[in-house]
Design a protein around this ligand. Sequence first.
Ligand code: F0G
Length: 383
Amino acid sequence: MKEWKGILREFQEFLPVTEKTPITTLGEGNTPLVLVNGLAQAIGFHGKLYLKNEGANAGTNSFKDRGMTVTVSKALEEDAKAIICASTGNTLAAAAAYAAAAQNAGMKLRCIGILPEQKVAAGKLSQALRFGAKVIRVRGSFDAALEVARYLAKNYPVTLVNSINPYRIEGQKTAAFEIWEQLGGRPPDYHFIPVGNGGNITAYWKGYREYKENWNRMAEGYKKLAPKMGVFEPMDPVQFLPKMMGYQAAGAAPIVRGERIERPKTFASAIRIGNPTFWNEAVAASSESGGKIDMVTDGEIRKAYDLIPELTGIFCEPASAACVAGLIKALQNEEMENTSDTVVVCTLTGNGLKDPTSARRGMSEPILFGADPGKIARFLQLV
Ligand code: F0G
């Protein structure tokens, strides 16, 4: 069995890693791309629907692990002693984990997290605290927390690890490389993704473009070599890139509404953001690719959040479900191709266990019985 060594080692040629970089990894990346025919059928999609299960990341069960392995490794290379981030939960969980992991190589790195006033999901906070981060909350939304984190990083010896830090995007783009390979050497026709601060859609778009260039360079090389060697299956150059389809929550949709939202509202707390850092880049990714940035209501997100686990066996957090809600909307509004050849990937950004409160809402407590198999069999309608 080939061991997966984490994205920094596996995609070294695409990342800013040098001989001096103390690689801090938890084995992140290499997440499953799962074909989900049952879900496709339920939502009236006739093509091939895949979920990129980023909740399966080996660090802290969200896509943030990809960016954080690069960011923390580079911070250590640059001799940082402390890192700081504002977060709706996942960024902090990942920052805290990789800061703790620095000790695996005998290094020390403090981690500070600034959270918004409104509660972040319990699983994410538990991760951050268990990894030993110093965590505070500030009055206001994520956007206020980010201003505080930026100020502290500018004025004190502490490295900002929010996605303004370019190493984050570099790490996150590797998910696009994996999808390309997992689809057998091509991108999907459409890529659906939730949008909060806009970093991840920016990262995927960068990843797809870089991989296409690299792929086509290799394909040209193979074409020249193939006749001489007589053994190669020549690779085909790829002519297209996916349409990037980004989805905000309707109560936190500054890009769609064209204005900052002072008090963003949505139960999908990870994307409760009113003034995205990557506003322009997210718009560019959607428009350059021929996709769009749209919004979905909390009701639509909830419906997707309910459907996905029951029909696929994959449990994601509410924010992740926003992209499937977006796919349902795009299908209903006939905004996309829907043939047997259409290939769609949805990124499920974080694991469902991150947010146990949302997970349990609307679900009843299991009934307690005496240990009486007959009674239980009747209740279960097994007889
Ligand atoms: N999905 C999840 C699970 C997230 O945690 C986030 C962002 C997003 C989607 C949106 O990604 O911001 O790159 O557009 N979470 C950040 C955090 C804000 O602090 O954990 P984006």
